[in-house]
Write a new protein. Structure first.
Length: 298
């Protein structure tokens, strides 16, 4: 069945919810791999081979593979210290996944951008924003204060801050994503996509930087450990800048600062407040991914 035929069959059933977003995925499977999708299994095998080759090269005193060969674009002589993740192994998977708005059946597209870091422009940006020359180090939790300092300088200079997600394996940065969403639907899909990347890179820490609306959680919401009225819909909401991190071993940390807009358009960030992030609905896909990884021995 095609994705459209699957959608039509579901819409004709009586189990269709009245609202929300639905994702339909087709996967390559094999009866000998009950808990693995075939491309995921290939990627996992490659990651183990990468680690074996890396250890062998290190023992021989050779840091890089020096074999000559005709490689495709994504295969190089580099031997990554962390995952050995190859994006090309998952391109076919994304072509087999579609997202739909439940009420009208319209397609909802995931948006992703690939960008390369220009070292010259990066150096100029460090000077322009008066950033410290050394990027914060440590695991996801340890980097929160340092990245908040950088985020505040960017916010005050530009008047806005994009949303970025950083994935870590221990203290190593394994991936960085610029995230864009124009609605709660696409925001949730973006974090679902991020959760899949967490599994594929075997990341054990996630850090997110971005602007946010800040509100006060009601007593009922505190008792239920949820959010019934989003901050964006509250009358007394305030603009803020947030840097928060979660790790697979259960640690969480967030720093938040209030953003004030002056009469002449100037932007000022307050001193950051540190605390427990509390309810993180956007991170639910990440927590689910780690739980599923645990059940599969990853």
């Amino acid at each position: 069945m095609s994705v459209k035929e699957i959608l039509s069959a579901i819409r004709q059933s009586r189990g269709m919810p009245p609202f929300g977003t639905m994702t339909i995925s087709r996967r390559w499977v094999d009866k000998a791999l009950d808990s693995w999708e075939v491309l995921d299994a290939c990627a996992a095998a490659y990651m183990h081979l990468n680690e074996l080759l890396r250890v062998g090269h290190h023992a021989a005193g050779t840091e890089d593979c020096t074999l000559d060969g005709s490689y495709v674009d994504c295969v190089t002589t580099d031997l990554p210290l962390t995952s050995g993740y190859l994006p090309c192994m998952h391109i076919a998977q994304s072509d087999l996944t579609s997202h739909f708005s439940v009420p009208d059946g319209s397609a909802v597209s995931e948006v992703s951008e690939v960008f390369e870091v220009d070292e010259q422009r990066a150096a100029e940006a460090i000077q322009g924003y008066k950033l410290p020359p050394d990027f914060p180090d440590g695991d996801a939790i340890a980097r929160v204060p340092g990245l908040m300092k950088i985020a505040r300088k960017v916010m005050e200079k530009d008047g806005f801050h994009g949303t970025f997600a950083f994935l870590f394996s221990g203290e190593s940065l394994v991936n960085a994503q610029a995230m864009q969403f124009d609605s709660q639907r696409t925001k949730r899909l973006s974090f679902e996509s991020l959760a899949r990347l967490v599994e594929r890179t075997r990341a054990d820490g996630v850090l997110v930087i971005g602007e946010m609306w800040m509100g006060v959680q009601t007593e009922i919401e505190k008792k239920l450990n949820t959010v019934l009225i989003p901050a964006r819909d509250q009358i007394g909401k305030k603009e803020g800048l947030s840097v928060y991190a979660v790790t697979r071993d259960g640690r969480q940390l967030e720093q938040v600062c209030f953003v004030e807009r002056g009469a002449n358009g100037e932007t000022t960030c307050s001193e950051p407040i540190e605390g427990d992030p509390g309810v993180l609905n956007t991170m639910a896909p990440i927590f689910r991914a780690w739980k599923e990884m645990e059940s599969r021995g990853l």
